[in-house]
Design a protein around this ligand. Sequence first.
Ligand SMILES: Cc1cc2nc3c(=O)[nH]c(=O)nc-3n(C[C@H](O)[C@H](O)[C@H](O)COP(=O)(O)OP(=O)(O)OC[C@H]3O[C@@H](n4cnc5c(N)ncnc54)[C@H](O)[C@@H]3O)c2cc1C
Length: 418
Amino acid sequence: METKDKQLVVVGAGHAGSELAVAARQQGWAGRIVLLGDEPAWPYHRPPLSKAWLAGKVDAEGLLLRATSVYEGAQVDLHRGVRMERIDRANQRLELADGSALAYDALALCTGGRPRPLTCAGLVPGEQPTNLHYLRNMADAEGIRAQLRPGARVVIIGGGYVGLEVAASARGLGAEVVLLELQPRVLARVAGAEVSAFYEGVHRAAGVDLRTGVEVEAVELHQGAIRAVLCRGGTRVPCDLVVAGLGMLLNTEAAQAAGLAEADGIRVDELSRTRDPQVMAAGDCTLQFSGVYGRELRIESVPNALEQARAAASWLGGQPKPNRAVPWFWSDQYDLKLQMAGLSQGHDRCVLRGDPASRSFSAFYLAGDRLLAMDAINRPADFMQAKRALAQPCGVDAERLADASQPLKEILQPVAVI
Ligand SMILES: Cc1cc2nc3c(=O)[nH]c(=O)nc-3n(C[C@H](O)[C@H](O)[C@H](O)COP(=O)(O)OP(=O)(O)OC[C@H]3O[C@@H](n4cnc5c(N)ncnc54)[C@H](O)[C@@H]3O)c2cc1C
């Protein structure tokens, strides 16, 4: 497509949107590029909000995804604090919250998600107690940090990555932490039982009162703030603040109204194209078809947002390069760097390499002799090798894999798929 007189509008200035706008220019989009974001801040790294930023180890400047001059250099018109409300596909225009309209020739939706709200007795929808926090953006993180003082009694609801990372940061700041998880183990949705058990042990050793299989039934309010969380069975947990990390809801209402999304996301292919040839989507808001896995996937991670954005940019620039990247993710808690590669769903066993007691080990997820995924805890070399190997079907000898004295490189072997 000749793009000189065309306008690309990217909605959502997070990881996917910021990357897509700049990469589209680098890959040859010659026309105007408008990047719309509803947050007031320049595009920033979201992961540190629960880690280094919350712990006070990095400032707002250090969070920026790229220097502000990069947008100018790439001739990307970044409009901050501007919200897109409606997509008019028939006329190729967007309606914005300030009442104005914006035409597009190509549109990229990178709207991410927002925290799933806590619902329980005592809470009125739309009325948020002053000490109940969620964590998705800078404003949320500032709200938490303002109340997170040494000795503060924090209740964290949800033992997923965000909840566990906030727990680690809060302990580092000297807060008293109770973490409540509904499932019988933390990280139940994303990691194997061995890795969950390891992290539960680490948090307890760090002084977190971690309770699993606990259902929050109600909150007790006093003067607009939660003063205790009430659990099924009658346990009352007094608190100064509550952080709920319950996963996210997709920001796809406008896409759904325009017929571009289902309840589980905006459906895209490996080039991040939706069913409308003028519209692309990337990042957390998408449901992507993966040729590598032969099925549709929802992936919430920075590397995925970047890969999908780059694939969209390659399409826009006229040199399509489908996204076939191995999904990966990381999490930092205390002195531990967890890195995950692949998708473990469907594994029938988990093989450990290294000793969890040494705080450096890897968990490999297998289906038969086929490697599906792995988690590396303070073992970056294992992670790098496994991630590379997972780019194609990979077989392993489980016995050798468990023997850390045997070179991993020789154990990870490509296998032919019939
Ligand atoms: C606390 C926290 C820690 C995390 N840690 C990790 C980690 O360690 N590793 C990792 O890989 N991932 C991590 N993630 C997940 C990662 O941040 C997301 O996968 C990533 O941000 C997805 O990028 P995105 O561009 O799709 O969405 P986002 O980064 O959420 O960006 C979407 C943007 O679109 C804006 N927007 C939405 N609707 C509109 C609209 N209608 N008009 C204008 N703008 C709109 C939103 O306000 C937002 O700024 C973490 C997430 C959180 C919240």
